[in-house]
Design a protein around this ligand. Sequence first.
Ligand SMILES: Nc1ncnc2c1ncn2[C@@H]1O[C@H](COP(=O)(O)OP(=O)(O)OP(=O)(O)O)[C@@H](O)[C@H]1O
Ligand SMILES: [Mg+2]
Length: 287
Amino acid sequence: MATKGRSGEAKHAGKRSGRRSAGKGARPRPGGGRAAQTPSGAQRPAPGVDRLQSEFLANVSHEFRTPMNSILGYTKMLLKGSYGYLNEQQQKNLRKVYENARHLMRLIDDLLNLSNLELGRMALEMAPVSVKKVVLSSLVSVEPLLVDRVLEVEHAIPQDLPPVLADEVRIKEVIINLLNNAIKYTPDHGRVVIEAAALRASDNESVKVEILVRDSGIGIAPAHHEAIFGQFCQLQEPQGSDYQGVGLGLYISRKLIELHGGSIRVDSKPGQGSTFSFMLRAVPDVV
Ligand SMILES: Nc1ncnc2c1ncn2[C@@H]1O[C@H](COP(=O)(O)OP(=O)(O)OP(=O)(O)O)[C@@H](O)[C@H]1O
Ligand SMILES: [Mg+2]
């Protein structure tokens, strides 16, 4: 499949929506915005404060989800024409409302995930998962990011790939985060590919499935390969997007993959694109 975002002029240039900007050349802030993350622990808040912060974040972000769902639902129905005809201009502006609401929902979900991870409340619902199915639905989820972009986004998932043992919702979040980054940090006319392959593990008995997201984008210097998985770490302004994010996607993705017993890695050099990959266990009795 090749999903292509068609190009338009950079209408949103310079109209970034008031979010915190790391700016070009910003230094990575491993463990960034919160004092709790200094490696030495020197600025760590008093015991219990972290937990209170996480509890507060979890509650607030959970409460935000209900009205946001309502905004998204009604906007979608309006866009579908359920309440009458909308002219082109109305459609266009309403679409912007919808995309921004979706973005806000993603941020809320990130905060909810973050606080639940820190509180140790992220329980996985493990079951056999079809990698192809989850990849296809993740690609549908990132389609809005391709509007006004000229990018080739492809997938290559073998037909006979075994299912993996995973929490489908969480794995989809990880894949969306990686695709999201690949799209954000790949300039127009570039390419993003998501691939998967079955590999025999080192014990030669079990089988693992490796999922890779490759892009031909701006790349990442090896010196930053570890830092980018820290909280609130952002190296530079993304290309061709209204959204800068907050620097949580990779932190949450790594935690989610680690909860699955796996690890996530990056292979990248500046100007030579990036490949993010992780492995999951294949379902034993069907291999
Ligand atoms: N595919 C990529 N190519 C180049 N740089 C990347 C890529 N993926 C991540 N990065 C760098 O790593 C940083 C951290 O990524 P992460 O996904 O955690 O945060 P974000 O994308 O900036 O924000 P968020 O994911 O919270 O919306 C990014 O800000 C960017 O500098
Ligand atoms: Mg991201």
